[in-house]
Design a protein around this ligand. Structure first.
Ligand code: BG6
Length: 491
């Protein structure tokens, strides 16, 4: 970024919570360290915590410092000095917090002002109303909404209406941190800055696409949230569908805020609905039971340590989801898009695998179709698996070998975290990598019938032992058409 950073006020509601401490503050520190924040930029955390500025700075010093590289204590001190805390009680009777915030912001109306809502979605509307009542919404204000945006289409529309009553759509930034990941942006460059892929990026050449986000972590301490989210709402509705959009979208005419989002919406609208009895055929839900992860024994979902006991919702919620999706348009007709995500998988891996069709006529035994693997994490990179001859005389023996690009090896320097990239985009007023209202709603429209069918089922999700690649049904989902999941531990 070559322009001089402009002074801004970043107000984080839920500013002492998990997301803020684990992601937002480290990302802002990195940006500060790289000189990407104006010296005058302030970070104001709002919470019910009753902390003075000094307490909050002490908390960040104790909880965040060890997770970021502090090579110059002066820079860390400068970062801490930007931090403030305002105690707020949304919907409460005590106006002191709002008065304090108003005092802090007075005289800075020309600055970029960002309200980051790192709080549950039902607080978005009330927060926006109170900010408006306090007279704090300026033309230079923006609001960032964390996912998940609602629980279904109706609640998402309600939240969008509430927020939209105070902020103009161009001021609303709906975040999906997957869009800030380096490889995800590279997918756009790979597709639209190279000529060789476009002629074969269609159903004539591509057999199917797999999108996998596998995590080794479980959900300890998250029952309150996770029981009512599940993998479908937590991961598929947003992260996986966004990745699908970037693979399937048509080339936009420009790299600007609307062109890319226009093309993504068209993909979501072209997704073939999965309804009624088809839900059983084309989707799989699973829940992990006790098993092993990273060489240690781990409990099943229902026995995860938590301060609330498992309920019927816990027994029914899925920690694994797999779906066979289809994009109904000329480019993709007949090409399955297999989506899969799960907690407590054998290894951590987020990737998009584009599997090409096999050669029309093979003259060598043992040939296998080409695969393009875009790895988001860990070890970001792109690999094209091609067939090569194993060296040696006699019979020709084929072997798939990867032509690879590893970002870490090819590009020196730190790869910024997705949140850092996205926060800087908000400060710069660039919404390209954020979701527009119609995108979020189109995604819910496709998810809702699957969710309601799953909710109507009395059988619990299919069990899978922690540390295994999901339930048997997920293998069957792809095996039925003679395919298999791409399984390669990237570690
Ligand atoms: C979040 C989900 O959006 O993404 C979490 O709520 C999940 O459940 C996380 O663990 C995964 O993000 P990443 O960047 O670690 O792949």
């Amino acid at each position: 970024m070559s322009e001089t950073p402009q002074p801004a006020d970043l107000i984080v509601f839920g500013g002492t919570g998990d997301l803020s401490m684990r992601k937002l503050l480290p990302a802002l520190y990195h940006a500060d360290r790289d000189g990407l924040l104006s010296p005058e930029t302030r970070i104001i955390a709002m919470s019910r915590g009753g902390l003075a500025d000094a307490d909050f700075r002490g908390k960040v010093d104790a909880e965040v410092r060890d997770s970021v590289p502090v090579d110059d204590p002066g820079v860390w001190r400068r970062f801490l000095d930007r931090l403030h805390h305002v105690t707020i009680d949304i919907g409460g009777q005590d106006p002191t917090g709002w008065a304090r915030l108003t005092g802090m912001l007075a005289g800075h109306e020309q600055r970029d002002r960002v309200f980051y809502l790192a709080s549950p979605p039902m607080t978005f509307g009330p927060f926006c109303r109170e900010v408006n009542r306090a007279g704090l919404v300026t033309p230079a204000s923006r609001v960032v909404l964390e996912k998940p945006l609602g629980r279904d289409l109706a609640s998402a529309q309600h939240i969008n209406d509430e927020v939209g009553a105070i902020f103009h759509e161009r001021q609303i930034y709906r975040i999906d941190h997957y869009l800030g990941k380096e490889t995800v942006q590279n997918l756009l460059v790979l597709r639209f800055a190279n000529a060789f892929l476009e002629p074969i990026w269609n159903s004539l050449w591509i057999d199917h696409v797999q999108i996998t986000v596998a995590e080794t972590v479980g959900t300890p301490g998250r029952r309150g949230y996770y029981d009512h989210a599940g993998a479908l709402r937590d991961m598929v509705q947003n992260h996986l569908l966004q990745l699908l959009c970037l693979v399937a979208m048509e080339p936009p005419s420009r790299n600007d805020r609307e062109s890319i989002r226009d093309e993504k919406v068209k993909v979501l609208e072209a997704l073939r609905p999965i309804t009624g009895s088809e839900v059983d055929r084309f989707t799989v839900r699973g829940q992990y039971t006790a098993g092993e992860s990273g060489g240690a024994k781990v409990p099943g979902y229902l026995d995860e340590p938590d301060n609330t006991a498992p309920t019927e919702a816990s027994r029914q919620v899925e920690t694994f989801a797999a779906i066979r999706a289809e994009v109904k348009n000329w480019r993709w007709a007949g090409v399955p898009f297999y989506l899969r995500t799960g907690k407590r998988m054998p290894y951590r891996c987020s990737e998009i695998v584009v599997q090409f069709k096999d050669v029309p006529h093979s003259i060598f035994p043992g040939s296998a179709p080409n695969r393009l693997v875009l790895r988001l994490q860990p070890s970001e990179g792109i690999q094209l698996h091609i067939m090569a001859k194993e060296p040696g005389a006699g019979e020709v023996t084929l072997k798939p070998v990867p032509l690879g690009l590893s970002f870490a090896e090819t590009f020196a320097g730190r790869v910024p975290d997705a949140y850092e990239r996205l926060l800087l985009d908000v400060l710069a007023g660039n919404p390209t990598l954020f979701m527009r209202r119609d995108e979020v709603e189109a995604a819910w429209r496709w998810i809702d019938p699957i969710r309601s069918e799953w909710d109507a089922q009395t059988m619990p999700p299919e069990p899978y032992a922690a540390g295994t690649p999901g339930p048997a049904g997920a293998l069957d989902l792809v095996a039925r058409s003679g395919r298999s999941w791409h399984e390669e531990n990237p570690a």
